[in-house]
Write a protein that binds this ligand. Sequence first.
Ligand SMILES: [Zn+2]
Length: 240
Amino acid sequence: MSFYAYRDKSRTQIVFATEVTIKDIDTKFYCKNPNCDAILKFRSESSVIKKKPCFFALSSKPHVENCSFENKETPFNKTKYDESLFNFIPLVNEYIQGDVKIIKRRLFTLSQIFFMCKSKNIDAIYGDTNIWKILCDNRSNNIYKKGILGEHLVECKFHKYNPKENSIFFKYPLDDTKNNKYNIKISFADDPELFSFVRRKVYNTNGSPIVIVGNWHWKDGYLTTPFTNKHQVYTPFKKI
Ligand SMILES: [Zn+2]
């Protein structure tokens, strides 16, 4: 069982078990391990046997021996955190100010927030905020009909960069078949060092998820956010 898989054999379209719907019940998915030829099917949540939604390998097409993705549960460990300490909007502002306070047992890293959101349905609440408000991803696309405004983590993909003006462009959402599509532009005009850092981080990610935390607004037809420090971007699946 694993909590994410790929739609295509070339492993460019990642899909999380919590974003698969009933229409994919017969779809074949692929294991993350490129050397594993397992065919995975989706199994929806079951309240009867208390199972989370997941992908499992067909017995006729199992994982290769010692495939590390055979039992890949979500890395989010909820027992480590005190949910009542999670106040989302102040936390986003701490990120933008580059001053994230370390509070014992508070969930605060982008990595853990991302996987927490992926482990839950978008209507669920964590701390003081709904999952769909915390993370704008494929699943919440229908909600964001008029743009993404205010404090959010946005799951997007790299598009291009402009070295003349130190800016980097992204696209939301990952899944091109969704209705509400936005172009994102982050400007690093006064900070070439930060521009280089983020460019190196997001370049060659081949459409895999990039998470940016910000306070979003429109500028010149693009969604943008103040971007002041390297902790505002996270690439969950980038190979090093
Ligand atoms: Zn496998």
